[in-house]
Design a protein around this ligand. Structure first.
Ligand SMILES: Nc1ncnc2c1ncn2[C@@H]1O[C@H](COP(=O)(O)OP(=O)(O)OP(=O)(O)O)[C@@H](O)[C@H]1O
Length: 295
């Protein structure tokens, strides 16, 4: 095996729509793999999912998958307004790839999911759905936003229920992995966080999914769903958001002055991934989308 042949083994990636984030992720979100984004509420998980669903439609030569996507959402309502807003800026920067009057939102198939069993039922119908889509623009991206919402309240904290929960995790992930392999799909799943109380090494000394310690909004957190789910995903990304007080110099008519202003700092971390080193990058969310920031 030569370094060159190793490079050829790497899977196809779907661009995030931002060259800085793509560089961090060695091209974007990989196909034939499950990528998870973990973050607290309001961090930008849904923004990445929406942006990826649009950029998956770009030609392969431009980092996309030339594909449509299946967007399974478990939190309500689905952000249609935001999708249309992102779609407008996506269309204006990629107008040459799409015919006039074409609406990229039409190639995002949105489906609501209410329970874990409902998700399994939908996934049992996904094979023929993707198979049929090959005649049009094939589906090559599945988004589940969010997986944690399906497991929030339906399970008690008893051994029997925890076993049932883990068994559902493995059923869901094995179905997703089979779909990803069969159709060379990218799978993007979002997950919430829970507060981490206790020693730095993790819960009861157990490290969850190579997790040392994640921080957001000044709290120590860890991904929801625990160790069983951590073993179901191939890659884990973490989004943090914190407020930073920065000093701003101002030019005033009577000389120089400075103000202290609070600024939102968002960061994307690679927690674990078979093809990526641990790394991180700042990003911001604007009307046009989510973009990495280089300082
Ligand atoms: N049009 C916009 N312009 C600028 N920022 C925006 C815009 N729309 C959303 N945002 C930013 O995105 C954040 C919400 O991101 P998002 O909905 O992806 O969060 P999330 O991590 O999915 O949260 P949840 O877990 O609650 O679904 C908002 O806090 C806001 O700062």
């Amino acid at each position: 095996m030569t370094p060159q042949s190793l490079l050829q083994l790497t899977s196809q990636k779907c661009t995030t729509g931002c060259p800085i984030l793509d560089r961090l992720l060695y091209g974007g979100i990989p196909c034939d793999s499950i990528t998870e984004i973990v973050a607290e509420s309001g961090s930008g998980k849904t923004q990445i999912c929406l942006q990826l669903s649009l950029h998956a439609q770009l030609p392969v030569s431009h980092g996309g998958l030339a594909a449509s996507s299946l967007y399974l959402h478990t939190e309500f309502p689905f952000p249609f307004r935001r999708l249309h807003q992102l779609c407008l800026s996506f269309r204006s920067s990629n107008a040459h790839h799409f015919p006039v009057n074409d609406n990229p939102c039409d190639r995002i198939f949105v489906q609501s999911v209410h329970t874990a069993d409902h998700l399994l039922e939908i996934m049992s119908k996904t094979d023929p759905f993707i198979e049929n889509s090959k005649n049009q623009v094939p589906v090559r991206l599945i988004v589940i936003d969010s997986i944690a919402a399906l497991f929030r309240s339906d399970f008690d904290n008893t051994p029997v229920e925890l076993k049932r929960r883990s068994s559902l995790f493995f059923k869901i992930s094995s179905k997703l992995k089979a779909l990803a392999k069969r159709f060379n799909l990218a799978v993007l799943v979002t997950n919430q966080v829970v507060d981490l109380v206790g020693p730095n090494e993790g819960i009861n000394g157990l490290r969850i999914g190579n997790l040392v310690c994640l921080h957001t909004s000044g709290r120590r957190v860890c991904p929801a769903l625990g160790l069983a789910w951590a073993n179901c995903v191939n890659s884990r990304l973490f989004l943090s958001r914190n407020e930073e007080v920065i000093r701003e110099e101002n030019e005033k008519s009577n000389g120089q002055s400075c103000d202290f202003v609070k600024k939102k700092m968002r960061k994307l971390y690679v927690v674990f991934a078979p093809h990526l080193p641990e790394s991180s990058c700042e990003f911001e969310i604007t009307r046009e989308g989510l973009f990495g920031v280089e300082r």
